[in-house]
Design a protein around this ligand. Structure first.
Ligand SMILES: [Mg+2]
Length: 294
């Protein structure tokens, strides 16, 4: 699989110059990984297996802790008269009745797409067991791993910045369809550093990495995130993967190359790429989002 001794490979390496950026920061959903994996695999997995999961792990201290957090949240929701909220049965109730009420609570919260801590924490527990048990493998597009290898070989460091927790990121890449990919990443950021649509988050990431924002490339499918990164001084590229939402504003021809599609954001033409191959391979023509309008 990795017998990299072909003459073709050697030639490619020879022709590769140093990496045009010191750091690449990658989004996950819609960038390295299909949005469908998250919505059609990960989330349904929790909904479909929550009851069996609770039965199987019943009595474990970790599960008890997570149920306690869910119970406290359910109480708050009922008191706040959140539509559809129901309390979780107390610990004195029969086990199977508690399990049914927890499962109901999880499915209800997921049906309204909640993102609160106790739910995320419970989902994280279920996903960890699923990944570690081989029931789920993280989806990663085919062009990602070769690009990571190429970038790192050229002296670039790669980080992840996703709204999924660092733990969830590590599971996705640690148990990916391509095997354990964690070796490629120098670090992980999640919303603990700030929201992905806020400029400050990117400034903090640059400070934490210890590099000038101008030498960092941020790659994401989300135009709001790209704009925030641009405002913090990052270079950027937008990914257009199958199944992603349409890019707004609509991409048009890059002002400096008819072969490149780009989106005009702030004063910058941000290139739109369908695969990671296109990110550095067009270096001769342009550097992503560098050419400001006069
Ligand atoms: Mg994304």
């Amino acid at each position: 699989m990795s017998a990299d001794t072909s003459p073709k490979k050697a030639k490619t390496e020879e022709s590769e110059g140093p990496c045009p950026y010191k750091v690449v920061v990658l989004d996950i959903e819609g960038t390295t990984t299909s949005i469908s994996f998250v919505h059609d695999v990960l989330f349904p997995y929790v909904k479909n297996s929550v009851y069996e999961f609770l039965v199987e792990h019943w009595g474990s201290p970790e599960l008890e802790q997570k149920i306690e957090a869910l119970r406290a949240q359910a109480k708050i929701d009922v008191e706040a008269k959140v539509e559809g909220a129901e309390e979780i049965l107390p610990t004195t109730a029969p086990a199977l009745d508690i399990i049914k009420s927890v499962a109901h609570c999880i499915r209800w919260q997921m049906s309204i797409d909640r993102k609160i801590g106790p739910l995320k924490s419970f989902q994280g527990f279920v996903w960890r067991e699923a990944y570690q048990g081989g029931k789920v493998q993280g989806h990663v597009y085919n062009d990602v791993e070769p690009a990571l290898e190429r970038w790192i070989r050229r002296g670039c460091s790669v980080y992840i910045y996703s709204s999924g927790s660092v733990e969830a990121q590590k599971l996705l890449f640690g148990y990916s369809e391509k095997g354990d990919m964690l070796k490629y990443f120098k670090g992980h950021f999640d919303t603990a550093i700030g929201l992905k649509v806020e400029k400050e988050s990117y400034s903090k990431i640059a400070a934490e990495i210890g590099e000038d924002p101008q030498s960092i490339l941020f790659v994401s499918d989300n135009v709001k995130e790209i704009r925030a990164a641009l405002l913090a001084g990052f270079k950027t590229a937008i990914t257009d993967r199958p199944g992603n939402a349409p890019i707004e504003p609509a991409p048009s021809k890059h002002p400096r190359s008819a072969r490149i599609v780009s989106v005009q954001l702030e004063d910058t033409s941000v290139p739109v790429v369908k695969t990671f191959d296109a990110i550095f391979d067009r270096e001769a023509e342009y550097r992503p989002s560098e050419d400001h309008q006069a």
